[in-house]
Design a protein around this ligand. Structure first.
Ligand code: 3PG
Ligand code: CO
Length: 555
């Protein structure tokens, strides 16, 4: 029968502390002026790369290697950390929703049948990110859902959009709104009362994560549910175009707006008897809104009015909290993660990051599961992030503080695994500010040094990797790799992640001298890391895990 007990590794010892360092948004790309990692001084990461070739390698961090629908899909932190922690490739939310829409199964499940009960007398509200980035949501999925729901009885539909500019180019919001408006007008021709009701930029409205700043969710609540916002427009296209025209405006941070009718009344507040679907498949930035929509007891902000609604998520966002309780598509069942195995095999685990990435090395790492497996053996430390700023103004973020916590955890002797996420390359890369991203990369490198020095002191082992690319390429390129220009002749800044591979480096005084990377694995990816880490702890990985990256020469 099934057992949690991991077999001993035939050659590798137990008892060496292992530091697992995830540099967020740190891919490998050609060296040019848009590669911030190259431009920055990063002596520590450089020395790993230029050290022993059998201790540094690249792995895939995007596309099918991490369970995304296609190899045109860039990596992201959710799928990246899922793969790193779970050691297997699971079909991810994006793909599961695609399948459920294609087969029509999405309309047969409990979730859809539940919201459908509101179609007769209520409005169907769809809230989520309007983007084809494929990280949190996809426009084509929204289009299919609109069509499917209207064919199945939804008579009145309101869409509450969040503009992107983070997983896609800034300014692309306008085109997405045009596409959506076109679909909605086609629905109206069929007699369905369908329109956009509210909007705002994802980083300023609704899509906060890990409870960094509830004001973000409140601004969304006011616009979406209460129908109140500082800006009122007759159409979403006018709203987005006008608000983008303000100085320093961008898609990520557009202020909240509501669409009003000729008499100035909001066209789509959420009322008793309505149905609400949050259309994002990705969890982290929907959990907070899901709580506000679902929980009777809720004290994070004053909701003012709490309509009696039927609410479903596109997916269930948190399996442990069962949140939301209704959903259209079942999330991937990511069980038996490496974190759970290792804790059950006695590995005392410390995990740390700052707020904006804290859930990445805990919740995502553990298969979208919140909380400890065994609180007597684990400690998760969250360092508060700066809130209310864009990270280009403080690009060092909390890298130093995270590294110091990791160092202290290693030196304490209380932990066998010390795991961190260093957010700089990603969070600053998303701002599109190249100079600040260079500073960010340097700060992350300095943090790695602090951790590697501590590994050295305790005779431990390190594994340094990344979850996906970002900072290594800050410009949109054509197929030949040449930077693309915008209308005014400037470069098109790439705020998003990339398709680039990421490094994996191993070393430290505790590493058995015979350990080296294998060269017989066809296309290794992030999912191969978990078995590798288990080996470094002296265990063999479960048989169904993706194979380890390392082998041990006899000497
Ligand atoms: C975000 O949510 O910030 C971006 O859409 C993706 O970034 P992440 O996958 O690195 O969190
Ligand atoms: Co990112």
């Amino acid at each position: 029968g099934f057992s949690w007990t991991l077999p001993d590794h035939p050659k590798l010892p137990k008892g060496k502390p292992v530091a697992v360092v995830v540099l967020d948004g740190w891919g490998e790309a050609n060296a040019d002026q848009y590669n911030c990692i190259h431009v920055a001084q990063t002596p520590v990461m450089d020395s790993l790369k230029n050290g022993a070739p059998e201790k540094w390698r690249l792995v895939k961090a995007h596309g099918t290697a991490v369970g995304l629908p296609s190899d045109d899909d860039m990596g992201n932190s959710e799928v990246g950390h899922n793969a790193l922690g779970a050691g297997r490739i699971f079909a991810q939310g994006a793909k599961l929703v695609d399948r459920a829409l294609a087969s029509g199964k999405i309309y047969e499940g409990d979730g859809f049948n539940y919201i459908k009960e509101s179609f007769e007398n209520g409005t169907l509200h769809l809230i989520g990110l309007l983007s084809d980035g494929g990280v949190h949501s996809r426009l084509d999925q929204l289009q299919l859902l609109l069509k499917g729901a209207s064919e199945r009885g939804a008579k009145r539909i309101r869409v509450h959009i969040l503009t992107d500019g983070r997983d896609v180019l800034d300014g692309s919001s306008v085109g997405f709104v045009e596409t959506l408006e076109n679909d909605l007008s086609q629905l109206r021709e069929k007699g369905i009362d369908a329109q956009i009701a509210s909007g705002g930029g994802r980083m300023y409205v609704t899509m906060d994560r890990y409870e960094n700043d509830w004001d973000v969710v409140k601004r969304g609540w006011d616009a979406q549910v209460l129908g109140e916002a500082p800006h009122k427009f007759k159409s979403a296209l006018e709203a987005v175009k006008t608000l983008r025209g303000e100085p320093n405006a961008n898609d990520q941070y557009l202020p909240p707006f509501v669409i009003v009718d000729d008499s100035g009344k909001a066209v789509g507040p959420v009322l008793d008897g309505d149905a609400v679907v949050t259309i994002n498949f990705r969890a982290d930035r929907m959990v907070m809104l899901a709580k506000a929509l679902e929980y009777a007891d809720f004290d994070k902000f004053d909701r003012v009015r709490v309509p009696k609604i039927r609410y479903a998520g596109m997916l269930q966002y948190d399996g442990e909290l069962k949140l939301p309780s209704r959903y259209l598509v079942s999330p991937p069942e990511i069980e038996r993660t490496s974190g759970e195995y290792l804790v059950k095999n006695g590995i005392r685990t410390f995990a740390c990051s700052e707020t904006v990435k804290f859930g990445h090395v805990t919740f995502f790492w553990n298969g979208n599961r919140s909380g400890y497996f065994d609180e007597t053996k684990e400690e998760y430390v969250e360092i508060p992030s700066d809130s209310g700023i864009t990270f280009n103004v403080a690009p060092k973020m909390k890298a130093l503080e995270i590294a110091e916590k990791a160092r202290d955890a290693l030196l304490s002797g209380k932990f066998d695994q010390v795991r961190v996420n260093l957010p700089n390359g990603d969070m600053v890369g998303h701002t599109g500010d190249i100079e600040a991203t260079v500073v960010a990369c340097k700060a992350a490198d300095e943090a790695v040094k602090i951790i590697l020095d501590a590994v050295e002191q305790v005779g431990g082992i390190y594994l340094v990797t990344a979850d996906h690319g970002n900072a290594e390429d800050m410009v949109k390129r054509n197929k030949a790799g040449k930077p693309l220009l915008d209308k005014s002749g400037g470069i098109q800044i790439l705020t998003s992640h990339t398709l680039q591979p990421v490094p994996v480096a191993i070393g430290g005084p505790g590493l058995h001298p015979g350990v080296k990377f294998r060269n017989d694995i066809q296309t290794p990816g992030l999912a191969n890391v978990a078995a590798t880490v288990m080996n470094l702890h002296g265990f063999e990985a479960p048989a169904d895990y993706e194979t380890t990256l390392i082998e041990v020469a006899d000497n």
